[in-house]
Design a binder for this molecule. Structure first.
Ligand SMILES: [Zn+2]
Length: 148
């Protein structure tokens, strides 16, 4: 049996119509998306982080590492989902990998997945994107919320 690596595309190449109103061209041209199932999940509990076992078992449709978004193939045309994960791309970029991982792990531990600050920020922005056509600058919003 031959396993082939799933194709990586830029988010820009997906051709979504609304994302360019909220993110810079540079962000959409540099962020990558891979459609794969199951998603690659970090082995947090085997790293001794037993409290994250619940997170690892969670049934997620997407996860982002640095500038690469992994989505299940069922989400390939879901613009809201791409929007949510792009918020994480901006968080990774502004915080840097070390600070992103530290604050993501702290957030999970203190508040649980949905209420963790980095997720709450992504879900709130996604819900604003999904429920209104009002345009906002996501990169600026994330920088402000991170108090950078
Ligand atoms: Zn998220």
């Amino acid at each position: 049996m031959t396993a082939s690596a799933p194709a990586t595309q830029t988010v820009a190449s997906r051709g979504f119509s609304r994302l360019p109103l909220y993110f810079t061209e540079k962000t959409l041209a540099s962020a990558r998306v891979v459609f794969v199932d199951p998603l690659p999940m970090p082995p947090l509990s085997s790293m001794g982080l037993a409290r994250f076992a619940e997170f690892e078992r969670g049934n997620f449709d997407g996860i982002t590492y640095i500038d690469t978004i992994f989505l299940k193939p069922t989400q390939s045309n879901n613009e809201n989902m791409h929007f949510h994960e792009l918020v994480h791309v901006i968080q990774w970029r502004l915080l840097g990998p070390d600070r992103f991982l530290l604050s993501y792990a702290n957030g999970l531990e203190c508040f649980g997945y949905r209420q963790s600050p980095l997720e709450a920020m992504a879900y709130d922005a996604e819900s604003a994107f999904a429920s209104s056509t009002a345009i906002f600058n996501v990169e600026k919003m994330v920088a402000e919320k991170l108090s950078l």
